[in-house]
Design a protein around this ligand. Sequence first.
Ligand code: C5P
Length: 221
Amino acid sequence: MSKSPVIAIDGPSGSGKGTIATRVAEKLGYSLLDSGALYRVLGIACHLKDIDLTDTAAVANLAKNLDIEFGRSGEGSVWLDGKDVSLVIRTDLGSDMASRVAAIGPAREALFERQLAFRKPPGLVADGRDMGTTVFPDAQLKIFLTASAQERAERRYKQLIGKGIDAILPALLRDLKERDRRDSERAISPLKPAEDAIVIDTTDLTIEQVVGQVLEHYVPA
Ligand code: C5P
């Protein structure tokens, strides 16, 4: 039996991956994998359980046994051990812990199988950093979204202010560059476009324009 189709959407924080992946999945009636949420939940779980990140075996063991449940596609709800962690994983602590655990090879391996399990009919839109390079190298379509660091920090700033959360733009820009550096320089599954990825710079594009471009490139089998 042939495998269900996958559209891989990768890129750095703030490139619009999450929003674009959600819209594309809705339009096609496909399921959605927010792989970043898995790293975020693992990071927060390490924090809550006071796990020392230098103990990579303990982090991997936790990753293997994490009790994670996702809400309906696009809803963004996530539960850890039956508790709603949807908000805490999106905090700066959640972002920071995610990029730290994401640099741990055995933790990535432990999350690998979980990600494959999201592939089911009629298809999957997978959003992350290494969907096209490592997790779904046979994806039908690979998209890599970029945007300038300044634009990405401004998007995050507006998002936080919109939610009534205080934010300082220069601090956001600094943190975002630090996470970019960590994600791009790590030895295992670094953030980079797959060789056969289509790169779209979203700096001056609207969400609808990006969704339109992704769908234009998609030719279902
Ligand atoms: O996409 P999001 O910002 O939620 O991802 C949070 C962090 O998880 C990223 O900064 C990155 O370190 C890590 N990540 C990863 N591989 C993925 C998805 C996320 O390393 N496929």
